[in-house]
Design a protein around this ligand. Structure first.
Ligand code: C2E
Ligand code: MG
Ligand code: MG
Ligand code: MG
Length: 280
């Protein structure tokens, strides 16, 4: 019966508080098992430069539940974030991504972006863990982009900056994900040791329809240029959006217009084509 209700939740009904809690508990247990039973996988969404060359990709976690089927990361990441399970999941993710980076030469796959939850980021030993995993696989940490959200500043900007500096000393690149949806004070931006901003796709998807979203995107781009921070536009779905962004100086793109997230096999094939076509 609980399983039926779990399904109802996924379909968007609103079950009672108690049902929701038992559902979450059940999902958390199922997620722990998923890690052991290899139900988790990683999808890779290519990131492209202004000439549409693949310069990297974002690693996105996937969960195929034996009975419920594919469960959105929006759902299961939130459940994992309620406990240290998120640390286990992302540790697995980091290991897989560093392994891939070690297997593919830098000219085939320059960089890979990984999402790190605030809970994991603030965990004591996070920097040590990253040092270990990049060292074990013998990769240059600069090929790893750690995507953080504005929620890292929830306990104060100073603490977040301190932690980010430790990561910068290791050499990894830092990106601020879903930019514009969180705290969104432009003032703190200059104090963060950031390499990259990712404009949230909600702004990009409204570019054609909403004049104020266009103004926000323009402002983010010009501000980032002044601060010397790269900008990735995420959620680019059509040519008009791409052209708008390109004309205003955006140089990095990610979105369904170019590629959807794909299994490793397809991603590797795409990367091989890229190198093949560059040689011509
Ligand atoms: P995100 O980090 O902002 O990742 C980008 C999301 O936007 C992905 O959704 C991707 O499929 C989607 N997307 C990319 N281009 C387009 C587009 O053109 N149109 C539309 N409609 N969507 C696009 P996905 O894979 O469902 O992941 C959702 C979120 O789950 C991620 O958002 C991220 O916040 C979270 N997530 C996924 N894997 C991890 C993980 O390993 N750790 C953490 N902490 N979060 C993760
Ligand atoms: Mg992301
Ligand atoms: Mg994002
Ligand atoms: Mg997001």
């Amino acid at each position: 019966q609980a399983k039926m209700k779990g399904r109802a939740q996924i379909c968007g009904y609103e079950p009672s508080m108690q049902t929701q809690m038992s559902w979450r508990l059940e999902m958390e247990q199922a997620l722990r098992l998923a890690l052991v039973e290899e139900q988790l996988s990683i999808a890779f969404q290519p990131q492209l430069d202004e000439r549409e060359r693949v310069i990297g990709g974002e690693a996105l976690m996937r969960w195929h539940h034996p009975r419920h089927g594919w469960i959105s990361p929006e759902v299961f990441i939130a459940i994992a974030e309620e406990s240290d399970l998120i640390v286990e999941l992302e540790t697995w993710m980091l290991d897989r991504c560093c392994e891939l980076l070690s297997r593919l030469p830098v000219d085939v796959l320059p960089r890979l972006s990984v999402n790190i939850s605030v809970r994991h980021f603030t965990q004591p030993g996070f920097v040590e863990g990253l040092t270990w995993v990049t060292g074990t696989h013998g990769i240059d940490p600069a090929r790893l982009v750690v995507e953080l959200t504005e929620s890292i500043m929830i306990d104060g900007v100073a603490d977040a900056v301190e932690r980010m500096r430790a990561l910068k000393r290791l050499g990894v690149h830092l990106a601020l994900d879903d930019f514009g949806t969180g705290f969104s004070s432009l003032a703190y931006l200059k104090s963060l040791p950031l390499d990259e901003l990712k404009i949230d796709r909600s702004f990009v998807s409204n570019l054609d329809a909403d004049g104020s979203d266009a103004a926000i995107v323009e402002t983010i781009l010009s501000m980032a240029q002044h601060l010397g921070i790269d900008v990735v536009a995420e959620g680019v779905e059509n040519r008009a959006q791409r052209d708008f962004l390109l004309m205003r100086g955006c140089r990095l793109f990610q979105g369904f217009f170019f590629h959807r997230p794909m299994p490793l096999e397809d991603f590797e094939r795409l990367l091989a084509e890229r190198v093949g076509s560059d040689a011509v």
